[in-house]
Design a protein around this ligand. Structure first.
Ligand SMILES: N[C@@H](CSCCS(N)(=O)=O)C(=O)O
Ligand SMILES: [Mn+2]
Ligand SMILES: [Mn+2]
Ligand SMILES: [Mn+2]
Length: 312
């Protein structure tokens, strides 16, 4: 079982919630005696500079430089044989986490847990926000849809995923371009409709069967906190009603942990600058619980190795 490494990746500066998540995860995972020790490699700080006006997408220079840094940090952590956890922050960082993970583990498969598909291309995005496009930069089959010459800050990036290596869970807000892509390439996807229809166990089992049928591929799970219903995750940038219940989110985490194949994990879109104080508390609590479940903490309780009943 890999050791756990926490890389706190923050948008620009450390935020209290991210610090709470990373320190709580470290202590919780250790005390839950999951057999792991947690190493926090600290924050990746990014230069914030005035970016050019929208050129297909917003802030391409800043995001291109930041995701390049993330890629290097994640690649190194995976090469150090760490189960690598990246906390965010904008889902655009997954351009870097998945690229870096794939450089060390080219055979990875991807679980994308999200209200959104985040697979708009720079030409289909309605907002220009790169957090809605990360997957289009990463998959081979969409390579020709990216205006690479207009986005030189991404010249370091080579597509590294086969589009059929992705399974989506929790979708409930797709743009026309995304729907087209999912249909055209027959990508494994379970919207909230399928979660309601089949139940979360069947959905996550079918997702893993589709992308990892032999159970021999490292798993990258990119968990967008907005996959869980806004009632439990109000402090996020693009909330969508009718999300996964807290319990369904926890089930996904526990089930993926039990595969023993989790190799890298993103926990993203925790945004401490939006929502009420209670939203922030709820969102951080949800993030901590999902993360620690991904890392071995069980709702049934963890048997402490060598535990003996105290006797009088
Ligand atoms: N599809 C929309 C919303 S994208 C939401 C991104 S995230 N990472 O899921 O919050 C767009 O492209 O602007
Ligand atoms: Mn975002
Ligand atoms: Mn989302
Ligand atoms: Mn997302």
């Amino acid at each position: 079982m890999k050791n756990i490494l926490g890389i706190s990746v923050l948008n620009v500066v450390s935020t209290v919630p991210q610090i709470i998540i990373s320190t709580t995860v470290s202590s919780t995972v250790t005390t839950a005696n999951t057999g792991h020790n947690v190493e926090d490699r600290g924050d990746l700080n990014f230069d914030v500079f005035k970016d050019d006006p929208r050129n297909y997408v917003l802030n391409p220079k800043a995001v291109g430089a930041a995701t390049k840094k993330v890629s290097k940090a994640v690649e190194q952590a995976v090469r150090d044989n760490k189960l690598t956890v990246t906390l965010g922050g904008d889902h655009s960082i997954s351009i870097g986490t998945i690229h870096g993970h794939a450089r060390a583990e080219p055979n990875l498969c991807l679980l994308w847990i999200d209200a959104h598909a985040d697979i708009n291309t720079p030409l289909t995005t309605p907002s220009g926000n790169i957090h809605g496009t990360p997957l289009s930069f990463l998959v081979n089959q969409l390579k020709d849809t990216i205006p690479w010459a207009a986005l030189p800050s991404f010249d370091w990036l080579q597509p590294c995923l086969n589009i059929t290596d992705i399974a989506f869970v929790g979708l409930r807000d797709l743009d026309p371009g995304e729907r087209y892509i999912l249909q055209k390439f027959n990508i494994t996807s379970f919207s909230i409709h399928e979660v309601d229809r089949f139940g979360i166990h069947e959905v996550i089992a079918r997702s893993l069967e589709a992308v990892n049928p032999k159970g021999d591929r490292p798993i990258h799970m990119s968990f967008d906190i907005d996959s869980v219903d806004p009632a439990a995750t109000g402090a996020t940038g693009t909330p969508v009603p009718g999300g996964l219940t807290f319990r369904e989110g926890m089930f996904i985490a526990e089930h993926v942990y039990r595969t023993g194949l989790l190799s890298a994990l993103d926990l993203v879109e925790v945004n401490p600058e939006v929502g009420s104080r209670q939203d922030k508390v709820n969102t951080v609590m949800t993030a901590v619980e999902v993360l620690t479940a991904c890392l071995g903490k069980k709702r049934e309780g963890n048997l402490l190795p060598g535990y003996q009943l105290p006797m009088p």
